[in-house]
Design a protein around this ligand. Structure first.
Ligand code: PAF
Length: 275
């Protein structure tokens, strides 16, 4: 496994590769969810993983500084699965005077976009840069960040990017909590309470299966369940059209049921798709 820090070195290695390249962009502090993407990327001849905590996708009051980092641990986890790890510094990605941004309109306006202004501009910009640097045949993203997947897919189509984007299923803890680097922030009580998120998403799926099509009814039942958990503070719960990501009144598949909930200082997101 080669670890490279500069764009020039990454490009040089890319030019030496033969066959297909699978790319998994990450912000590090890896867990089983990331590793499932890397294992899937092994369907390619070469696997590249990037580790870069992208400052431009964090708001001024968000957790950029405290975002968990452990490079030696990450590299040990990747050693047997990855050919190249790209780990640029901020000055490499955003040199002084940097002033170019990628902005996807429309589907970035609701959900995470509404509560994290500027987040998707940072994501779209860094993903574009990483794809340009790595030049993959296929790139792999986790469905836990459902809106991110939709934004990147739309961007790739509309900017005529020549690659395949693959969304992989959310990997969950035994109690259903979606794996996330941010789970490490949760204290034991919050961690126990956080299991309510997947219970609420499962409830939505069950109600739908039993014939409930009214989004408001489902949202109220989900909210009531989450509110039984005293440590949970709901940021949003949404049932949206699976393509436009706009909230719906009547649930028609594919519908994205998604939520953001705070436990103390930790903001967790999760989702399921109906239909
Ligand atoms: O999902 C993430 O970890 C990040 O948003 C990504 C795609 C690596 C861009 O920084």
């Amino acid at each position: 496994m080669k670890v490279v820090k500069t764009i020039e070195e990454m490009r040089r290695l890319r030019q030496q590769t033969r066959g297909t390249v699978g790319f998994v962009p990450t912000m590090g502090y890896l867990h089983e969810g990331h590793l499932s993407l890397v294992r899937r990327a092994k369907e390619n001849d070469t696997v590249v993983v990037s580790i870069y905590v992208n400052p431009t996708q964090f708001g001024p009051k968000e957790d950029f500084k405290s975002y968990p980092r452990d490079i030696p641990r990450d590299l040990a986890m990747l050693e047997s699965l990855t050919d190249i790890v790209f780990m640029p510094e901020d000055a490499e990605m955003y040199p002084a005077g940097y002033d170019t941004w990628v902005e996807v309109k429309g589907i970035t306006e609701g959900l995470e976009g509404a509560t994290r202004p500027g987040h998707f501009r940072g994501v779209a910009t860094v993903v574009t840069k990483l794809l340009n640097i790595v030049g993959p045949t296929r790139a792999y993203f986790g469905q836990k960040d459902a809106q991110q997947v939709a934004v990147i897919k739309k961007m790739a189509v509309e900017l005529d990017m020549d690659l395949e984007l693959i969304a992989c299923p959310t990997v969950r803890e035994p109690d259903g909590l979606a794996m996330s680097s941010r789970n490490v922030y949760l204290d034991p009580e919050e961690r126990r309470g956080a299991a309510v998120l997947f219970k609420a998403l499962t409830l939505a799926q069950e109600l739908w299966k039993n014939g409930e099509k009214d989004a408001d009814t489902v949202l109220h039942r989900m909210m009531a369940l989450i509110k039984q958990e005293p440590l949970a503070n709901i940021v949003y719960i949404s049932i949206a059209d699976g393509k436009t990501l706009k909230d719906v009144e009547e649930i028609k598949p594919p519908a994205l049921v998604s939520l953001a909930v705070r436990f103390g200082k930790t903001r967790l997101i999760d989702n399921v798709v109906i239909g």
